[in-house]
Ligand binder design. Structure first.
Ligand SMILES: [Zn+2]
Length: 474
């Protein structure tokens, strides 16, 4: 203020005007400035005296809106459009065209998107509830859609259709695959009644359960062999989406069933030729198909084939429901496949007769045996290749031979026509690699078991704490 006053005096001195007018002018200026200063001070001190809330209220009551808006417009160019993201769930009766035109997109552009989409995905396959993520260019002042930038929708667990507008304004659609991660899981449990139920309780995916049953289907009859208290164990892979959902079933690395006292453990192995099969811990192949000649005497000749033949005893043509293998008396007779002995008794024309049920589809029968092997009786589980009896000539027989039948779904079929197994036991390099893999799987199994026990222990601790808490609250 003082400087301002001095300036005026200086001007006056320069102009050499110390006349009465000059004095009056300078005085007037000083007076005006002084009044202004005083008023300012007063406002400030008033403000100082006001309670805070009141100042705040006053500031809100008298905003200089018009002034701010004008200044804003002058400094920043006006924003008239923006990108808006929208998620739309398909409703009943919706079509892609309808959804897009409902957003305000003109029909021809909606049709462009429709045609682009159709090249990779039929928009008619949109399901009710399926979500479309749509990025839109929006006109703010007019509050309406200008263009669709891009659109995407998940068409299954692993794929999305993405439609995008390029620089020229053309739409292009493509299928984008979701990146999946492979995770290894383990599960085990006791079977109450149905195996699938027990596995499902342990969160094993349905497809993996089906595969598990398939692996054992040649040696286990799931309807009859599973008893309450039997156990399963499994280590399997699943492919997981970034959201944590199972998108795809992976391989079963280890599968185990404990049926009564019998424990069957199978490990998956891909040999150097790329063949995948399941083997026991020692590298013996899982026996998937029935033996054609289930006996020790591999030179045994077919004395009577399957089918229509002249009967040596009845002296007429009739159907022979099995194969006769002529062999020296007391040659060993093997189980044609893993299974459970259903019948082991003297059976009329069959003589000493054994029937083994392998699975829900196949059974095998053995006739004319001299005697049964020790311990072979109904209900006993046998492994493929296990000795069940000895060649003889009991029943209607003209000499020592094995009468062998394969029964498929209750009908006797030609044992030679039953698909032979391609599996072989592992040897050499394959066996070495297999053993390394088995060791790794066993390590994984132990680790998973340990972490499960730890979790269980933690759960117990939590439960115990909760009980303490309950008590204190009571
Ligand atoms: Zn026969």
């Amino acid at each position: 203020m003082y400087r301002f006053y001095k300036q005026i005096i200086d001007i006056a001195k320069d102009k050499k005007c110390l006349t009465g007018f000059c004095v009056t002018f300078i005085s007037a200026v000083i007076a005006i400035v002084a009044i202004k200063l005083f008023t300012q001070t007063q406002i400030n001190s008033d403000a100082d005296n006001l309670p805070e809330t009141q100042i705040y209220a006053e500031n809100i009551d008298e905003p200089d809106n018009d002034f701010i808006a004008e200044e804003f417009i002058e400094e920043i160019p006006q924003v008239t459009e923006e990108t808006r993201e929208n998620t739309i769930a398909v409703k009943s009766g919706d079509t892609l065209l309808k959804i897009l035109t409902n957003l305000g997109l003109e029909y021809s552009r909606a049709n462009d998107i429709y045609l682009a989409t159709k090249k990779v995905y039929d928009p008619r396959e949109l399901r009710v509830g399926q979500e479309l993520q749509i990025s839109m260019l929006w006109n703010i002042p007019e509050n309406k859609l200008i263009e669709i930038n891009n659109l995407s929708t998940k068409i299954n667990k692993t794929e999305s259709v993405v439609v995008e507008r390029d620089d020229e304004g053309n739409y292009k659609a493509e299928i984008q695959k979701t990146e999946l991660t492979k995770e290894t899981y383990s599960a085990e449990g006791e079977i109450e009644g149905i195996l699938a139920t027990a596995m499902s309780k342990q969160k094993v995916p349905a497809g993996t359960i089906a595969e598990f049953i398939n692996i054992f289907s040649y040696s286990v009859d799931f309807r009859r062999d599973i008893k309450k208290g039997d156990k399963f164990a499994i280590i399997y892979d699943s492919y997981i989406t970034p959201e944590g959902d199972i998108a795809k079933n992976g391989d079963i690395l280890f599968a185990s069933l404990t049926l009564g006292k019998t424990k069957i453990e199978l490990y998956r192995f891909k040999d150097k030729n790329g063949n995948v099969d399941y083997y026991d811990e020692k590298g013996y192949a899982m026996k998937k198909t029935l033996s054609r000649k289930p006996m020790s005497y591999q030179n045994a000749r077919i004395s009577s084939p399957f089918g229509k033949r002249f009967h040596p005893i009845y002296k007429d043509y009739r159907i022979h429901w099995g194969i006769d293998y002529a062999a020296p008396k007391n040659s060993l007779v093997y189980a044609g496949g893993d299974g459970v002995v259903q019948v082991a008794k003297y059976n009329g024309g069959y003589g000493n007769y054994i029937k083994i049920r392998h699975n829900s589809e196949y059974s095998t029968a053995y006739g004319h045996m001299q005697k049964f092997a020790k311990g072979i009786r109904p209900g006993v589980r046998v492994k493929q290749g296990q000795i069940i009896g000895y060649v003889g000539s009991t029943g209607r027989s003209t000499g020592p031979h094995l009468h062998y039948e394969v029964i498929q779904n209750g009908r006797r079929v030609n044992p030679l026509k039953v698909k032979a197994s391609a599996s072989e036991n592992l040897r050499g390099k394959n066996l070495t690699n297999f053993k390394i893999q088995v060791a790794n799987i066993q390590k994984t199994q132990q680790k998973m078991l340990a972490s499960k026990n730890k979790n269980a222990a933690n759960d117990d601790k939590l439960a115990a704490n909760a009980q303490v808490l309950d008590k204190t609250q009571n």
